[in-house]
Design a protein around this ligand. Structure first.
Ligand code: ADP
Ligand code: MG
Length: 230
């Protein structure tokens, strides 16, 4: 088992989940590609960081008390200039305060906007009998409505990771169906293997959810990461 600074900090503070900043830092440690992120504490800082990252950017609320950020109006995508950053910053804080007046606000996360593409979900849950179990599916309706997902007990091998991709019914969408671009299957396999390693080395993790991951013809990028602790 490994020690993780972000997990220890969260547990010490009595938290049961990691902030997106922490979850992505942990992913990065394991070589899982994530969007570039910078935390802003005020409007001016947000504008400066957006300029550094480069437009378009995405702004998101960062709060230990807000797990589902878009449900509370805490996510603004496709922000194209300084004026829009300032407006989005204030709107996000207003929305958060309105829907969860008691929420502790850490700041607003400014991040690179990943271009739209095929979305996949990689996750892990703890099976009471088998321990950490890796999940894979395609984003949107495929997982949420059709439950088109597959599971393997961690740690998984590369062959198992490849099998997981072809297991799901939506697999043809990854290999270039009609006008859909071909997805980089190796990039997904890599993320599955690294997620498997991450959860196998940290028994304090109850659940991890990389949702969504944008997959391109070359490479992939995790745009949201959630980690729930035991
Ligand atoms: P939630 O906590 O509601 O799951 P997300 O971080 O997943 O919040 O953001 C909601 C949606 O906004 C995502 O499903 C994705 O479609 C879009 N999104 C979020 N961050 C980015 C980003 N960096 N680049 C592109 N799209 C993003
Ligand atoms: Mg999400």
């Amino acid at each position: 088992m490994k020690q993780s600074a972000v997990i220890s900090k969260a547990l010490k503070e009595g938290r049961k989940s990691l902030l997106e900043t922490e979850a992505k830092a942990l992913c990065k440690e394991y070589g899982i590609p994530v969007t570039r992120i910078e935390l802003a504490k005020n409007e001016k800082e947000a504008v400066k960081l957006a300029g550094l990252i480069g437009y378009p950017v995405v702004l998101k609320i960062v709060s230990p008390d807000i797990i589902h950020k878009s449900d509370v109006g805490g996510v603004k995508v496709n922000i194209r200039n300084a004026k829009e950053v300032a407006d989005a910053y204030n709107e996000i804080l207003r929305n958060a305060k309105k829907s969860s007046p008691k929420a502790k606000i850490v700041g607003v996360l400014v991040q690179e906007m990943a271009p739209q593409s095929t979305e996949v979900i990689v996750g892990a849950v703890k099976d009471p009998q088998f321990g950490p179990t890796i999940m894979f599916g395609l984003g949107g309706i495929f997982v949420e409505v059709l439950r088109d997902v597959t599971f393997r007990v961690a740690p998984i091998t590369e062959d198992e990771a490849r099998e997981m991709l072809s297991d799901v019914k939506a697999y043809p969408l990854l290999t270039g169906y009609r006008n859909m671009p071909k997805a980089d299957l190796n990039a997904i396999v890599n993320i599955l293997l690294r997620t498997s390693k991450l959860v196998s080395e940290h028994e304090e993790i109850k659940e991890i959810d990389l949702n969504p991951i944008m997959v391109y013809e070359k490479g992939a990028k995790t745009v949201d990461a959630r980690v729930i602790l035991e």
